[in-house]
Design a protein around this ligand. Sequence first.
Ligand code: ADP
Ligand code: ASP
Ligand code: MG
Length: 598
Amino acid sequence: MALIVQKYGGTSVGTVERIQAVAERVCKTAAAGNSVVVVVSAMGKTTDGLVKLAGEISSRPSRREMDMLLSTGEQISIALLSMALHERGQAALSLTGAQVGIVTEARHAHARILQIQPERVQRHLAEGQVVVVAGFQGISQTSDLEITTLGRGGSDTSAVALAAALQADFCEIYTDVPGILTTDPRLVPEAQLMAEITCDEMLELASLGAKVLHPRAVEIARNYGITLVVRSSWSDEPGTRVTSPVPQPRPLEGLEIAHPVDAIEFDTNQAKVAMLRVPDRPGVAAQLFGSIAQQDLNVDLVIQSIHEGNTNDIAFTVEKGLLNRAEAVAEAISPALRRQAADEAEVMVDRQIAKVSIAGAGMIGRPGVAAQMFSTLAAARVNIQMISTSEVKVSCTVKAAECDRAIAALCQAFEVSSSPVRLEQSTQAGPPVRGAALDCGQARLALRHVPDEPGMAAKIFQILADRGISVDMIIQSQRCRLHQGHKTRDIAFTVAQADAEVAKEVLQALSAELRTGEVIVDQAVAKVSVVGVGMIHQPGVAAKMFRALAEQRINIQMIATSEIKVSCVVAETEGVKALQAVHTAFGLAGTQSVSVPA
Ligand code: ADP
Ligand code: ASP
Ligand code: MG
């Protein structure tokens, strides 16, 4: 006898027949002696329909009224499912987010869960009832008791948070595909089901565009050690298990907001190679990293900055012991690149660097966390050389001599008392690439002529964080140029398309104060990514991805990597082709295609 939370998505409760099928499954689970809490989404595309309706009345509806409107979708499905359970003789009752005690921030449209008061649910479970809960909604902590929603796709988060609060044995997410696949089967029909994936990998995939799970749901599962299973509503197949490490104990108070960072990591065994002014055309990254992989050299961070004129800068880090060989490879191919580039290609190396990172699942969608890291480093007078971001980590390379100072400041700022983790010692087993994802909702911004001094990244990203704008990839160019007598660098980053214009406006308005140059926006970009914990120890993953894109003549505009992912920004029109090429290149495609409901 177990306590199980089951969540059913929109398609799974899209029609009366489907609601009946869900009721059958719930009854079966309860009849086997389990206590069952069911979380449901709105029927089919109800939420989209409500958004459209609002759009017909107002071009800028108030967020409060939007929450009031959108939260009704889930209320229809909880009532209907409870009725279907009653018809089968199963005691059940439906509850809204407020009735369950899902208490959130008073922030409409994107509220985070602060706590769940589980007493009422526990009481009904003890009476032998199935409790059917409206996903995606909560109630604010303020005296006004405002209805809030958690953000689109947020029912997954409601379910996992309930599982944490109730200390459920596991949480099952029922959806319209057989589980988590190597990529979106709607874009790549050859996508294959995986039996298992780690929370870290799933966090990256979910935030990089795989909407099968809401990233915040994975974050809670990881933080509280919830066993999460994604399964099909149409079959009894086991689906995909999302595995989490044993979590550090944490209170349920401040569920989604306490301790966004749970570790500070560092690596002093790194050196940097930068190639400046390489030609901006398909195949260059593939050529460079292909040669490096042939030498069996494992690269860690790779970043490619935006192009200026017709050249790019590419920088990467390798273990110190491999630097000479990596430099030799870069030098060997640079004459060829030089012939093709308008400018002189140049190789720069730096042995005296360290990488410092903040890690933790709680930074998702919280732009202030990266900004706090940058301002902490600025306050400690540490200049940031390279920045690489992933959903669960922000890494900066700094001067080796400044590493200790950086770590001490970060430990204090993020209240991490345990000793920092030396990265070379960490081992993770798994395939080099577990899955691929495409995100077409991003825009690219480039900010020119940013003064090269401590504190600039902090200022820029704090300004965006204050406007609630989450920055995804951040790339700081390697090239320092003199501009009006100052050393400057360019910074490029991606944000959600909906935020791009606001980001541009605020940065432009402050350009005199910040002493920065022009802001350039490109809305028509797509980000294609591969994720896998095993790539940490496997040379050649980045090279293989770049090769796959080069073979399709797809130009790479930006590159960013973390330990477990490689992401490339390409033109939006080439996004799906890029995803398919990369998926095939890593041998993820299978012969059985997965059927997906319309
Ligand atoms: P639900 O309504 O059940 O929450 P969603 O539409 O939110 O369902 O998520 C399921 C969809 O996610 C699938 O139909 C599929 O198109 C998409 N998807 C994207 N990436 C993946 C992936 N890696 N594995 C499985 N499904 C994926
Ligand atoms: N109904 C909400 C949405 O469509 C929440 C969810 O389905 O998870 O976004
Ligand atoms: Mg969903």
